[in-house]
Design a protein around this ligand. Sequence first.
Ligand code: AMP
Length: 398
Amino acid sequence: MNVLVVNCGSSSLKFQLINSETEAVAAKGLCERIGIDGRLVYQPAGGEKEVTEAAMPTHTEAIKMVLDALVNPSTGVLKSLDEVEAIGHRVLHGGAKISDSCIINDEVISVIEECCDLGPLHNPANLMGIRACMDLMPGKPNVAVFDTAFHQTMPEKAYMYAIPYEYYDKYKVRKYGFHGTSHRFVSKETIKFLGLDPENSKVIVAHLGNGSSISAVVNGKCVDTSMGLTPLEGLVMGTRSGDLDPAVLDFVCKKENIDVTEMVNILNKKSGLLGLSKGLSSDFRDLSEAADNGNADAQRAIDCLCYRIIKYIGSYAAAMNGVDAIAFTGGIGENASLVRETVVNGLSYLGVTLDEEANKTRGENKVISTPDSKVTVAIVPTNEELAICQETAALVQK
Ligand code: AMP
């Protein structure tokens, strides 16, 4: 089945056309600067990247340009749009009502609308992408794959914040978790790849990229995760602070004479690796190179990143009362052997030992612990687009 996978941000739209049986990507690309001016980058499999500048006032024009590119007689990969059999949309927030991917109908659209205040940047953009596809390809099934859905199995004790209960009652303030598509895909792959018993397994997935999160997965079901009401909680990320004492907000706001909205923006956009490195970079590769050249600011950022990961893995091993496997994924998790080495060495009390040679691997399924390690550690690359394609095809073929 040919599935068009669509991932809309506030001013961008990424897409891939994937065959769900062969897993082959026929074409991929992105639209940028939607609502500003507009730029389409399109690449057919085995072909050159094409860049087209054209006005894209809304996501509807952007999707229209993508569809035109897919059926373009010279560089397109489809004879007609009839060959697109389903559309899979990445949707950020499904709140507490949605615990799985679903075929989009009026009810699902209302839930995505209701969750706009929980995901103010993404949910409205996701809705625009959905509506555009419905308009331009009427009658085709559209599926929503939610970033929050996989985490809906968390027990109350894991998702509640210890604040007055009325905020949960009135506003549904709680931990939701994100990157769920990746955590679901990687935890499943880890169980399969390592031959674990799906009904008797404890897995920790460390998704480490520009945004990072960790999940604890028992028998294939998420029991805890590091991101919260929003993606700001948890690990040290590229530009997000992750965990901190909430009183820091009031303290800095008063000192700097700024309001809480501005402070939250600083915690989202100017903190994490970027903040810790005194503005040097939010990108791990830049920091790693700088640290190798003796830059203490870069080293501080890397030390804080690794330390927080070690603490979270330890706390999830405790929360699950044991752990069988730890999987590293995401741009940093799949590629940065230094981070994996530092983290694994910090977990020696769990009986984890690193195979240094295997740890040199990048970007493929690989066990990186020694055969006698009490916990198996592996690199398991994520593929969110393929996961969305598979979930879409499974629902449509039901
Ligand atoms: P993601 O958000 O999953 O695309 O991951 C982005 C992060 O992965 C950035 O901090 C990159 O510096 C980091 N990254 C990507 N490739 C590498 C690599 N080869 N070695 C180290 N870090 C990498």
